[in-house]
Design a binder for this molecule. Sequence first.
Ligand code: SAH
Length: 555
Amino acid sequence: MIGLIAITAAGRASAAQLAAAWPGRTRSYDGPARQALHRAWAECDELVCFLAVGATTRLIAPLLDSKWTDPAVVCVDEPARYAVALVGGHAAGANELCARVAEVFGAQAIITTATDATGLPGLDTLGWPAEGALAAVSRALLDGQPVAFETDVTWPIPPLPVTVGGAGQHRIVVTDRIVPVDENTVVLRPPSLVAGVGASRGVPTEEVLALIAEALAVGGLAPGSVTSLATVEAKAGEAGIAEAAHQGGWQLIAYPADRLAAVPVPNPSEAALAAVGTPGVAEAAALAAGDELVVPKRKSAMATVALARIRPRGRLAVVGLGPGDRELVTPRAIAELRRASVVVGLDRYVDQIRDVLRPGTRVLATGLGQEEERASAAVAEAQQGHAVALVGSGDAGVYAMGSPALAMAGADIDVVGVPGITASLAAASLLGAPLGHDHAMISLSDLHTPWEVIERRVRAAAEGDFVVSFYNPRSADRDWQLGAALAILAEHRQPSTPAGIVRDAYRAGQHVLLTTLAELDPAAVDMRSVVIVGSTSTLNVSGRMVTPRGYRWPC
Ligand code: SAH
């Protein structure tokens, strides 16, 4: 929840504007500033204070505890000209909140965290606990000094600066193991451990926490890498377990007993079987959430704990870049590109977004026609544990790389899709509103699809009276298909049916032509064009192509 603290009339007006912009996500606090801020601090994880930076600093000073637990605080000045990320820049997300607030007011975002301000990935942007010489290593990174990088396994993390990776006086170590550190080493704790917990009724929180700490110490493992606490459903409501998870900042995962009973465990228990219906609770829950048992079950008077390690999974983002114009690339696509350490795509698409990539990003760009290679390269990189972005124009899942890549991808990697504005939508917006009613997209490329199949679909669209967007309509080698497809449509539609050609939508040299089915000249169409043919109800209204939504909503 985002707490809004406003005292003055102007502040309250700005707070109301923000509340209206983000419905359901904000809570307003008013009354005396100190009380309002204290209440918001206790109840919210993000605060926007419509107060001076000085006043806010004095008010929050006694409340500050640690950057891992304090809320993000952003200040907005009286006329809402500036949004200032005051505390919690990286860890609590104040930098990001600040940027979003600034967007709502058209204000300038003031972000002073060095690593964000210079575009270098802050070591703490990963959200992973960092131990050791964070300041010294961050400074070395900013100064461009060589920094060594050591990790137990590959994690899907954003690219590290180009100065990271070789030998260096400073070191970044990624591990869940307790390792010796010196004044030049920072240790990042990846989210790699899960604590499986079982307990008798009424177990004290302290006992659960102490047993987890003991198990970690025995295994030589770092508390900062524990990401979740797993148990059986029957015990998830046990106050000692729920409170331990809360205090540890761990996600509480509860499994049904029959799910845990199916997990083979080294140390089954008759008592657990009788009490909750599974012979393993701690070990089984740890293994259900993790991959490999690293500390077998340990017991105290009322609790059992086992630790499992989670194998990192590579991440494949399938990212649509839209038709071409940078303004039509979504913020989420940009975020995924900056999150990826490897970017795969056709060279001309990669060139469009090269400037947003973080320094150190590995780019695997290939030429036209090497779809298989691109898809398999992207999947192979993700399988090796990297964060990969596979980019495509428009929507990367529409006549593009999404399906070949996902056809090869196994369940061992995470996949995220970022939708993009596909050519048909881009072209439609330039022609008017031709897609106001049912429509079909048909590719006229018969390279991978027999013409008979394409023809059958065109005929079905014609008979079904769909508006049709033709992708891949015509190339030097395929010059008769568009004419054949238009002839089929003409059997079912008037010659005067509006039809549009859009070439290079939202790119340099964009060309838009609204004509009719009878007059559309296939010779004016090429592979960089989309052709949209109206249905029997599509109209030309003031030079715009309009398909009415239906007889209930006449245009
Ligand atoms: N994934 C892409 C489509 C790839 S198929 C998307 O979602 O847009 C390639 C075809 O898309 C081209 O032959 C052309 O018909 C169409 N196309 C892609 N971008 C275009 C643009 N900017 N303007 C017009 N047509 C475009």
